[in-house]
Design a protein around this ligand. Sequence first.
Ligand code: FAD
Length: 622
Amino acid sequence: MFGEEYDVIVVGGGHAGAEATAAAANMGSKTLLVTMNLQTIGQMSCNPAMGGIAKGQIVREIDALGGYSGIITDKSAIQFKMLNKSKGPAMWSPRAQSDRMRFAEEWRLALERTPNVDFYQEMVNGLLIEDDKVVGVRTSLGLEIKGKSVILTNGTFLNGLIHIGEKQFGGGRAGEKAATGITEQLTQLGFESGRMKTGTPPRVDGRSLDYSKMIVQPGDEKPEKFSYSDTPILKTQRECHMTHTSKLVHDLLREGFDRSPMFNGRIKSIGPRYCPSIEDKINRFSDKDSHQMFIEPEGWDTVEVYVNGFSTSLPEDVQFKALRSVKGFEKVKFFRPGYAIEYDYFPPTQLKHTLETKLIDNLYFAGQINGTTGYEEAASQGLMAAINAHLKINEKEPFILKRDEAYIGVLIDDLITKGTEEPYRMFTSRAEYRTLLRQDNADLRLTPKGYEIGLAKKHRMEKMEDKLSKSKSFVEFFKQTSVLPEEINPILNEIESSPIRQSDKMFKLFSRPKVTMDHMLTLEPVTKFVKENNLNNEVLEQTEVQVKYSGYIAKEKVNADKLQRLESVKIPPNFDYKKLNSLSFEAREKLTAIQPVTISQASRISGVTPSDISVLLVYLGR
Ligand code: FAD
């Protein structure tokens, strides 16, 4: 059945697997996607939303490199919001609610339309290994499929165990089987594995809710989109709603605590700290009588509704009773109860920057299997693993993004250098250079790189070049053009910014904190320039950021360049740290395990002190 050898075999069709399949195939690798259920490619296991703080930047980065997540999100979006708009542009983060069923369908269709992709539905339960090198996979029917490289993206499925109250049963997600065999083989090969957990709220019937008792949460008045390519912008949007838990709801939930797998010791593994279950929130913040809940439609046409903020693994009768006491939920009907799931992961310090494992050549791990949580984190790893798998089998240099180049670079460097003991999600605070890593400039940062490796296509590159040159000339226009007091003072007075007495350069006035592009667009010469040069919203946004934040951006670039110097001090492969007695014991152990590639990476390992770094620098003759 599978006589031929594939270049890349991707195991699992979740967010990491789908993105990996697309990237490998688009770069020219003959690619096979083996997944347990071809109906659930790109399935959103939890919240039907993409993006959000720091995650939105990641989706833009994936898109800029030539990945699909942004395009799929735009095609299936039902609501769009730019979060943090009141803060500086480094914090602006796009987020979209998606139609869950369309999201998965768009993924499946996009992969079907991609050349070089074959599909096969089955569980992979073993790897074919020869001389510490992966050469294919074995399926549960006993088929052996040959591949030059294999990317494992098993998500929450490896020995997945679902908990609802006192009941527990095997499963990778509600209604789906768990995957077995892989963890057992990998641990025999010497890999370390661990357990993590995550949870999800109940889904309910929207027709049973009383929205008049809730607060409407509309999308942005002027919605944007994720992809830099020509995807549609939403013309209409679906509303979300907000309601709150109460003391009564908390009391009802507490009644089930003795039957909660979280509190009776049945769940031992650690869950995502920043996505706590409702029982966790009540327990940890016992002084709070109320928590927010966001009621989010699951699509354009379906009546199913996602109850954001009410993730729980309490017994279903307790979930139901408590939810019926929430304002607007008095007559609620359940579609599915909430649940928690425990699953195996592999501490990511066992990987190289390329996401290839250190132990087995040409074997890559991407997504939740690496201890991360979230679709965006998973998708970006799938993309990077596939790029590197393709490059390696074509004997090309690896593709590694640095911490000052992309959130994806921060994510992978954090994972492989520091590891993670709890589900890792991205935050803006994890990035040292977040003024550089904005959602508005992901194309400027990454499309040239994606184009160079053959993933981003020519039209993306041309679009990026057009945006760059147009925004540069618009910034130049503001620098060169003056404005008279009688033209600008009405605007300045309105926003309580001190008026000017004589004509001044537009750039200087636009740099003032409260002056926005919308204000500048009320000036005749500005609108004339915009019309004549056919400037679109992206160019306007980019120009605004360049004018208002150029000082901060330049400062951060200098700092990033300083880091670059340590990044250039390479450590030889398989360096024997044990022989350097002046290193602390902990540093020797950690450096030996992680084998950092540069001094800069070594300095980020927890337990490696500045004095250890000095010892290494002296030894390396620097
Ligand atoms: P998944 O999306 O899990 O996909 C794995 C894919 O691999 C599936 O298609 C599966 O069929 C396939 N597969 C697995 N093993 C095999 C095998 N051996 N052979 C063939 N195919 C296989 N994220 C958040 O950010 N916040 C949350 O609150 C949150 N809550 C969650 C709650 C639940 C109950 C679950 C299940 C997930 C939750 N997530 C949450 C996590 C989010 O779903 C994942 O981070 C994301 O889906 C991971 O993507 P992935 O591609 O790594 O894996």
